[in-house]
Design a protein around this ligand. Structure first.
Ligand code: DGP
Length: 110
């Protein structure tokens, strides 16, 4: 049994409603949403952060999946974020892409 929470979601050990799944990626709602739409898109294969992802195809597939999720949710304006490292706000050390939408967002972020 993995002690990585996102590995356990990706492999079905923790039952979670998936909004999207393919051979490399799953997507599900964030437990602590920061916007009306807040989805996490993760690779099934574990890496601590995007810094450890070296496979360009897998990195690309995260973004392709995010676009599909946005289309599925019919959201035209959205933000994609990858927090990398504690100083950038990363708290779960399994690479994930945040898809945020459904409200106006300011720039620069806080
Ligand atoms: P970050 O801070 O960038 O590492 O984002 C981690 C996000 O993961 C945070 O917004 C809360 C979310 N999260 C943490 N644990 C769980 C969980 O068990 N299930 C779900 N759905 N989301 C989780």
């Amino acid at each position: 049994m993995s002690n990585c929470i996102f590995c356990r979601i990706a492999n079905g050990e923790i039952s979670t409603e998936l909004l999207y799944e393919d051979d490399k990626v799953v997507a599900f709602k964030d437990l602590n949403p920061q916007a009306p739409i807040h989805i996490l898109i993760i690779p099934k294969e574990h890496s601590d952060s995007v810094k450890e992802m070296n496979d360009e195809v897998s990195i690309g597939r995260l973004f392709t999946a995010a676009k599909k999720v946005a289309e599925k949710l019919d959201t035209e304006h959205y933000r994609l974020v990858i927090n990398t490292g504690i100083g950038a706000g990363q708290s779960v050390f399994h690479t994930h892409l945040h898809l945020l939408g459904g409200r106006l967002m300011s720039w620069p972020p806080g």
